[in-house]
Ligand binder design. Sequence first.
Ligand SMILES: [Zn+2]
Length: 142
Amino acid sequence: MNLSEHFTLEELTFTDHREFDNTPNADETANLNRLASFLEQVKTVLGGKPVMINSAFRCKQVNDAVGSKDTSQHRIGCAADLRIPGMTPDEVVKAIMASGIGYDQIIREFDRWTHISVPNHPEDKPRQQALIIDKAGTRAYA
Ligand SMILES: [Zn+2]
């Protein structure tokens, strides 16, 4: 099912943990719709390149299985981990920060993928927070 022009419910709920039913509820699906619309903006500012989603929505069991916290925005369908073929995660972060689009958080994670999120509620103002997470810990992107 398409959530937006280029993003489907299937890719935003994909998980390797197929032993769990990673089906979002109505609120989580509404968040995924907002996330998909935002990912269209991401795709546009990256010149229309393919946006490969590693992980977006995670039900409680999937989120626990990958060692993530309950407060993760992935839990409620507001975050996506993505890769862009031909761009490093750092290039992706820089391009999105420079674009001025309203991300809530953007995180360069282990130099392997980029985590990006929309606010938890549609009425919330995006935090525009940029971070790096790697084996040295979590710090502001600078
Ligand atoms: Zn993430």
